[in-house]
Design a protein around this ligand. Structure first.
Ligand code: HEC
Ligand code: HEC
Length: 392
């Protein structure tokens, strides 16, 4: 097994740390603002409300846009029409409600390279907090650096997704978690050996007992613990979130303009697919990427659901934290957010089976730059991710 990795006192600076439900977990809940401070802000804001109302009345005509749902959106911080961009609480399955013990165990497992055959690859090797919980590579590097066929998606806010993977072949985080350990192209672990080792490691044995009392250490408890940890990797405190909550200073004029382009069907038309507070419809679309023109292209969702329109269609990812997760798309074909916007502006490259929502946009340079600035406003503040102490 791998050399002991003593990570005590180590931490990684990251945009998204882990946020725990109120009153739980290690240290302060960085991702959430305490209710009290919101209430105090409310009290201070009260005398300003009248002034703000007058401003709405005079400015609303020019600050209003009909979005991709056909709804009238007023582009003012805290406006009620922005309600659909407020993230709800993290959903949790009834049979795996998070506890601090489950999250702590899951975190150790997520960062432990001893869960891989060669003892050198953990979930965090590819989903690293340093790179927005992805790997900064066009497509992943797996077992002994083998090149994988698809890019590593971020795990940020996957807790909100009702469907996982580029082709949607997994439904839940619990269902997904064993995949990479077993996959010969990734962690390539012998599961019988893994469960024996976990049972023989007193620190893990005790941690599993605390997290799932009376249950065996098996694929169920292992994947539940990892999923419980992933449900703490949450982006919900970006400048955009603060603007939606009512902080007028959270976004600058260009970022608000970028949001307008993002939701306007006559401009970016982005929110037709990147909809709602997690910026995804959890659907599958063919964007006409250059790799779709290859002789044997990746069929994407079609391999799971053989409907003609699913040929070359991939799952809509969140746009949250995108500033940290370059390169972009399942094939890593856009190196920067600017290149990504250019792809959309062109209306795609390969037009076979192209999504009807992909069309030439004719955005001006100013609109393209504003879009990029808006996406950057979906980044959380820098926080420290404490690396866990690995059990022996
Ligand atoms: C070798 C790199 C690598 C390792 C190690 C790895 N992953 Fe991944 N992960 C990927 C790639 C690549 C995909 C996308 C694959 C696909 O969709 O076909 C992915 C997809 C995912 C997804 C789906 C995200 C989404 O938006 O659909 C989750 C969740 C995830 N991984 C969690 C984990 C966990 C938990 C571990 C450790 C047990 C892990 N990964 C280990 C590369 C890796
Ligand atoms: C037709 C639906 C659709 C529209 C319209 C759309 N997107 Fe996407 N977006 C997707 C899908 C699907 C992917 C992943 C495609 C793939 O990799 O094959 C994606 C990927 C992305 C990513 C990359 C995320 C990552 O982690 O790789 C970003 C950022 C993004 N879109 C932003 C935008 C912006 C900005 C616009 C508007 C100019 C837009 N999208 C319009 C569906 C859409």
């Amino acid at each position: 097994m791998a050399a002991d990795r003593s990570n005590e006192n180590n931490s990684i600076s990251a945009r998204v740390g882990t946020s725990y439900p109120p009153g739980q977990g290690e240290g302060s809940p960085e991702g959430r603002r305490p209710l009290r401070s919101l209430l105090i802000r409310g009290a201070i804001a009260a005398p300003l409300v009248l002034g703000a109302a007058i401003a709405f009345a005079t400015k609303s005509a020019e600050r209003m846009v009909y979005d991709t749902d056909g709804e009238a959106i007023t582009l003012e911080a805290g406006h009620p029409s922005l309600a659909k961009w407020r993230l709800p609480d993290v959903p949790m399955p009834e049979n795996n409600v998070s506890t601090p013990e489950r999250v702590e165990l899951g975190k150790k497992l997520f960062f432990d390279p001893r869960l891989s055959r060669d003892g050198n690859m953990s979930c965090a090797s590819c989903h690293s907090p340093m790179f927005g919980w992805s790997d900064a590579l066009p497509t992943g590097r797996g077992f002994r650096s083998e090149l994988l066929g698809r890019a590593t998606p971020t795990v940020v806010n996957t807790a909100y997704n009702p469907i996982q993977m580029w082709d949607g072949r997994k439904a839940t985080l619990e269902e997904q978690a064993m995949g990479p350990m077993e996959a010969s192209s990734e962690m390539n672990m012998d599961l019988a050996r893994l469960f024996k080792w976990l049972n023989d490691t007193p620190g893990y044995k005790a941690a599993f007992q605390r997290a799932y009392p009376g249950e065996a250490i098996d694929h169920r408890t292992l994947s539940k613990a990892i999923a419980a940890y992933e449900r703490t990797i949450i982006s919900n405190n970006s400048p955009f979130d603060r603007w939606v909550a009512g902080d007028h200073n959270a976004l600058n004029a260009r970022q608000v303009r970028g949001f307008e382009v993002f939701i306007d069907p006559k401009k970016g038309n982005c929110s037709v697919c990147h909809s709602g507070a997690n910026f995804t419809d959890n659907g599958f679309h063919n964007l006409g990427l250059p790799s779709w023109g290859d002789p044997n292209p990746d069929m994407g969702r079609f391999a799971q659901k053989p409907l003609p329109k699913m040929k070359g269609a991939f799952k809509t990812p969140t746009v949250r934290e995108a500033a940290a997760t370059a390169p972009y798309f399942h094939d890593g074909s856009a190196a920067t957010l600017e290149q990504l916007v250019d792809h959309y502006n062109r209306g795609g490259v390969v037009t076979t089976n192209l999504s009807p929502n992909m069309k030439k946009l004719d955005l001006s340079a100013e609109e393209k730059a504003a879009l990029v600035e808006f996406m950057k406003a979906l980044s959380s503040p820098q926080t420290a991710v404490e690396l866990p102490t690995l059990p022996n």
